[in-house]
Design a protein around this ligand. Structure first.
Ligand code: FAD
Ligand code: NAD
Length: 480
């Protein structure tokens, strides 16, 4: 007889563990199957995000930015930091401690919510059965009465021209654990990971060259924001080479990596101590995970779902990085909540049109909704209001007065259609716009809300005022 639960979740990343917690809150007897193990055999919850993704990368971004600030900016404040040193082992140790605390915290939440953590590899079988191969090799069978939520997550994409060896040619996981600052770091891919982890090591003193295949920098972002970011990165010394194809990367003498690249001007070979491959992620799926069920996987390994994350198999949902949409932890979490609530016959729902994007570099970038390029392409008449941090008192006081807030509103209805921030604390400020857009607010709604002075958020207020040409702390452009 197989053990029975109301809901079984496969995968304990931000999609899966959140789905399990919500299911348990809703009164379901819940289990979560998670196979993650450290080298020493210790099982871990939290998935990519907590173990090798969002959290460790932000820990290193914080440490490296502080070091960089102490080195380059303290003097402006009249502080001298002679003899400044960076202890990489201590930085990595701090990161590991944060990961330890947070992953352990998920275990405690599971206990408190009565969720059973089944350690091993889970596979979906027909009629909501789940087969688990334990780390010891035993095969166990479980029955879900109400539903199964698949949250397999994702893994880095590898490319044949730069085979990862985990030592010299690494994925993001390797670049989170360098034991010393590489003198020369090559990065393939100027996407989110390339920029964030490239920035970490560049701030600590590495010479960083990023090779990007596309001719456009940050093609997914609003191009005014992308241009401002490109300028800032160039000033910092990040060498971003667009339209560059990596032909071959070879480790020489177990010491350095020789990278042959081709761009419009021809071919050349560059030498690095480490090479980070950051060309995207792919779903962590394979056909055996869904064998004998009606669940469909597309050619790229994504599990096919509808807008409510339902698969073709009755009572089976799939969420997070293993389904369509941006590979983001907050998107995975919201889908987990939605799936659990639908299983409880509630009205689970995700607003896919307003998923915030954030890049945690310095300066930070955050955006939501439509870009100017998208609005132009779809022929929407819009009005733009923007405001530079150079005119914001708090940003000046913080020595961080660059970048801007831009808000795009529908020309007729004034509804906010998109917002783009580059500058200090952009990741936090975007949520004011998020709330406004969730409630379909107009630019004027935001413009009429008082904002505390002096705050960075006043730049959001001023950008909202600028939509109607009423910004107070800049000269408004003449309207046609
Ligand atoms: P995952 O987090 O990948 O979790 C899936 C889990 O399922 C894993 O623990 C895996 O072991 C387990 N699993 C898979 N198959 C099975 C199976 N058959 N049986 C049992 N267990 C299984 N996103 C952000 O929003 N913000 C960020 O700042 C951010 N930074 C990132 C930085 C880096 C370096 C990386 C790599 C990613 C980052 N991401 C960030 C992306 C984010 O980590 C993912 O979008 C998020 O983790 C997806 O959650 P998930 O639950 O779908 O999958
Ligand atoms: P990405 O899709 O953001 O960027 C990959 C980049 O590599 C793209 O610009 C692409 O054009 C380029 N590229 C692809 N093949 C190439 C090649 N052969 N040579 C040169 N360039 C090439 O992917 P990523 O940076 O690996 O991140 C993976 C996922 O993780 C993303 O979907 C992202 O959403 C998520 N993530 C999010 C955050 C965040 O929210 N702050 C941080 C890190 C990762």
């Amino acid at each position: 007889m197989s053990k029975s639960f109301d809901v079984i979740v496969i995968g304990g990343g931000p999609g899966g563990y959140v789905a399990a917690i919500r299911a348990a809150q809703l009164g379901f007897k819940t289990a979560c199957v998670e196979m993650w193990r450290d080298e020493d055999g210790k099982g871990r919850l939290g998935g990519t995000c907590l173990n090798v993704g969002c959290i460790p990368s932000k820990a290193l971004l914080e440490s490296s930015a502080l070091y960089h600030k102490a080195k380059e900016e303290f003097a402006v404040h009249g502080i001298s930091a002679d003899g400044l040193k960076m202890d990489v082992a201590a930085m990595i140790g701090r990161k590991a401690e944060i990961v330890e605390q947070l992953t352990g915290g998920i275990g405690q939440l599971f206990q408190a919510n009565g969720i059973e953590w089944i350690q091993g590899k889970g596979k979906l079988r027909a009629n909501k059965k789940v087969e688990v191969t334990t780390h010891e090799g035993a095969v166990e069978s479980y029955q879900a009465q109400k539903g199964v939520i698949l949250a397999f997550g994702s893994v880095p994409v590898d490319i044949p021209v730069a085979k990862m060896d985990g030592k010299h040619i690494v994925s993001s996981t390797g670049a989170l654990n360098f034991s010393e600052v590489p003198k020369r770091l090559g990065v393939i891919g100027a996407g989110v990971i390339g920029l964030e982890l490239g920035s970490v090591w560049q701030a600590l003193g590495a010479e960083v060259v990023i090779f990007e295949a596309m001719d456009t920098f940050l093609a997914v972002a609003d191009q005014q924001l992308a241009k401002e970011a490109a300028r800032a990165f160039k000033k910092q010394g990040l060498d971003i080479r667009l339209g560059t194809k990596v032909k071959q990367a070879l480790v020489q003498d177990d010491q350095e990596v020789h990278v042959s690249v081709e761009d419009g001007s021809g071919e050349q070979t560059l030498v690095f101590d480490k090479l980070l491959v950051a060309v995207g992620r792919k779903p962590n799926t394979s056909p055996d995970l869904i064998e004998g069920t009606k669940v469909v996987m597309d050619a790229r390994g994504f599990i096919e779902v509808d807008e409510h994350c339902r698969t073709a198999e009755d009572g089976v949902f799939a969420i997070g990085d293993c389904v369509r949409g941006p590979m983001l932890a907050h998107k995975a979490e919201e889908e987990g909540v939605m799936a659990a609530e639908i299983l409880a016959e509630q009205a689970g729902h995700v607003r896919y049109d307003i998923i915030p994007s954030v890049i945690y570099t310095h300066p930070e970038m955050a955006w939501i909704g439509k870009t100017e390029e998208q609005l132009k392409a779809e022929g929407t008449d819009y009005v733009k209001g923007d405001f530079p941090f150079a005119a914001n008192g708090r940003a000046k006081a913080m020595n961080a007065a660059s970048g801007f807030v831009k808000i795009l509103c529908d020309k007729d209805s004034d509804e906010i259609l998109g917002a783009h921030i580059i500058g200090p604390c952009a990741s936090e400020m975007i949520h004011e716009l998020m709330v406004a857009m969730e409630f379909y607010a107009a630019g004027e709604d935001l413009a009429r809300i008082m904002h505390a002075h002096p705050t960075l958020s006043e730049a959001v207020h001023e950008a909202a005022l600028a939509v109607s040409g009423a910004a107070l702390h800049k000269v408004n452009p003449k309207r046609k």
